[in-house]
Design a protein. Structure first.
Length: 210
């Protein structure tokens, strides 16, 4: 039998890190369910945009997140509004699921290759929103369907602003849009997985709040 003082008892007593958020505007309708501790078991992704679905699937798999996204949007105008609003809604869900952020690792950093491309992503679940996105100053060429690395930037910006995340994205090699976007998303997923991991009971800040 597990004693009340044992680490296993302490972990099992933690509140569920799960959130559901619905965002509806004149441009999009987005529902997100996020579970940080499901080990990647979620309800799947349907946004109406094949490449965005693919990237969200990568986020769930490599981040080991329980993720369900159901979204519709004005795709006749392009994927900008949908990508941004999915990022906003996912950011809101992430912020809620993290709660007071007590016990989390807080930081995560990953390098991920995809053929000729190498992306680096560093995450700080600081409670402060900041996105440093290097690819916008580089000559990334082409599209993944009609999805560009600028759409990825808006997705990440929305997420950072609404989850209180500091995120640095660097492209170390590669310029082809599909590989660039996918390598960045995989690196983000793996860095986020490290950052949300519960490794103790203390708040990871000398300020006493995140």
């Amino acid at each position: 039998m597990t004693s009340p003082e044992s680490p296993l008892s302490s972990i099992s007593a933690r509140p569920t890190r799960r959130a559901e958020v619905h965002r509806h505007t004149h441009e999009t309708d987005v529902r997100v369910t996020l579970d940080l501790d499901s080990g990647g078991v979620g309800g799947g992704v349907q946004t109406g945009h094949g490449f965005l679905d693919h990237m969200l699937d990568q986020l769930a798999r490599h981040g080991r997140l329980g993720l369900e996204v159901r979204a519709t949007g004005d795709l006749h105008t392009g994927p900008h509004h949908l990508a941004e609003d999915v990022g906003i809604t996912l950011g809101q869900a992430l912020g809620q699921a993290l709660g007071d952020r007590r016990g989390i690792e807080r930081y995560g950093s990953q390098l991920v290759p995809m053929d000729e491309t190498l992306a680096q992503v560093v995450v700080d679940l600081s409670g402060r929103a900041h996105l440093a996105y290097e690819p916008e100053s580089l000559d990334v060429w082409g599209l993944a369907g009609d999805f560009s690395h600028y759409h990825l930037r808006e997705f990440l910006r929305g997420l950072c602003n609404h989850a209180g995340v500091t995120l640095h994205v660097r492209l170390l090699s590669g310029r082809e849009a599909h590989h660039v976007i996918e390598a960045i998303m995989k690196a983000f997923a793996r860095a986020l997985r490290d950052a949300v991991a519960v490794t103790g009971d203390a708040l990871p800040s000398t300020k006493g709040i995140l």
